[in-house]
Write a protein that binds this ligand. Structure first.
Ligand SMILES: Cc1ncc(COP(=O)(O)O)c(C=O)c1O
Length: 385
């Protein structure tokens, strides 16, 4: 993959913060003679387990692998249905297909942009085995209602918390409670290992099984014992990646505090520019629980002469990067072939067409925020219908 060439003062929509100590640590790992999964990956898992209140945690090479293995641990397979949101990265539902089950989408709440739990309950059938909630942009899905629903209908939950590392629910970190919890450490996430992820598990039995699924189903014993009794994959995290993660964890609190501050700056700047009058929809102003993984607005398509791509092009011309997270999953060709059609989930479709991720990352300044808001509001004013 080639990254787009960008001028030096271009403001991307996100950028990882990796300190010199971490860079030196990675160099040490590279010199150490052991670069794949080893002591760094073990140490990273131990730190992640502390983070998750002592629950067992295993590290993987992506937050897609963790979701897929989460589903396998939950016993999800052919003939089963898994309820999830149509507004997420397509990995969320691809993994359901990967294990041979059927995704069942429930539309989003247009305010939180997360799955609407009333619609989840209405979508439950005798074939339903699990729910995959997604904390879009880091805003947590209501865990009280989610787990009350899961308990009532005896369903497993595989939390797709890819975006909510560091978010909280009622004062408790996401991952410290609940059923299976999946995090991603992709480069854009609040804590990164370049690529990677981890799965928070319920007990040591699940942890052993997760290790098997992670590496070809292998169980080792003694010096030379090896057994394989299930089909596993190749999903282990390297020590090089784990060392990045170890260097990121101590900064988590500061990263989130900075993200929250910048999010507050966004709200203030949009308020001053009277963006509401343009019909622009802002995210939920949650400064207690969300980790502000992204700051996303929804453009008012009915009031604009310019489609989202035009707004993005105009922002780029002004030196500002934006992103789309995400198009509605059921509108992709793969999912259309499986039977979904336009109009099935109107809130997700509207958001899918109009949602826009604005720059937000710890190294940004509040002057950057002002510039983003002034530029965006100017573009919207120039293209009012
Ligand atoms: C909501 C969501 N689910 C799943 C994933 C998959 O994570 P990864 O890219 O680490 O495989 C991501 C991140 O890309 C994500 O944002």
């Amino acid at each position: 993959m080639t990254a787009p060439a960008a001028p030096k003062d271009f403001l991307p929509f996100t950028r990882p913060s990796i300190d010199d100590e971490t860079i030196a640590g990675v160099a040490e790992v590279l010199r150490s003679g052991w670069i794949t999964s080893g002591p760094q990956a073990k140490a990273f898992e131990a730190r992640l387990s502390e983070y998750a209140g002592g629950r067992p945690v295993r590290a993987f090479n992506s937050g897609t692998a963790t979701l897929e293995i989460g589903l396998r641990l939950a016993g999800v397979g052919p003939g089963h249905e898994v309820i999830t949101t149509p507004l997420s990265w397509v990995a969320t539902s691809n993994v359901v297909l990967e294990v041979g089950a059927r995704p069942v989408f429930a539309d989003i709440d247009p305010v939180t942009r997360n799955i609407d739990l009333d619609r989840v309950e209405a979508a439950i059938t005798p074939a339903t085995r699990a729910i995959i909630p997604v904390d879009l942009a880091g805003l947590p899905v209501d865990r009280d209602r989610l787990y009350a629903l899961a308990k009532k209908h005896q369903l497993r939950v595989v939390e797709d918390a890819a975006q909510s590392f560091g978010s909280e629910w009622r004062g408790q970190r996401i991952g410290a409670s609940g059923d299976l919890v999946s995090f991603s450490f992709h480069a854009n996430k609040n804590i990164t290992t370049a690529e990677g992820g981890c799965l928070v598990l319920n007990d040591e039995r699940e942890a052993k099984l997760a290790e098997q699924y992670r590496l070809q189903g292998v169980v080792r014993s003694g010096y030379d014992g090896m057994e394989v009794d299930l089909v596993g994959g190749k999903f282990n995290l390297t020590d090089v990646a784990a060392r990045i993660g170890l260097g990121q964890l101590p900064h988590l609190g500061a990263f989130i505090a900075r993200r929250r501050e910048l999010a507050r700056n966004y709200f203030a700047a949009f308020h001053v520019s009277a963006a509401g009058a343009l019909g622009l929809r802002l995210p939920v102003a949650d400064f207690a629980q969300s980790n502000w993984h992204m700051f996303q607005v929804v453009l008012p398509e009915e009031r604009l002469t310019l489609p989202r791509a035009g707004v993005m092009a105009a922002m780029e011309a002004a030196g500002i990067g934006t992103g789309v997270h995400y198009p509605a999953i059921h509108r992709f060709a793969l999912y259309r072939r499986l039977g979904w059609k336009a109009g099935d989930f109107p809130h997700a479709e509207y958001a899918g067409r109009n949602i826009l991720t604005l720059p937000l990352f710890p190294a940004m300044t509040s002057a950057d925020v002002t510039r983003v808001v002034t530029t965006l509001v100017g573009i919207l004013q120039d293209h009012r219908r």
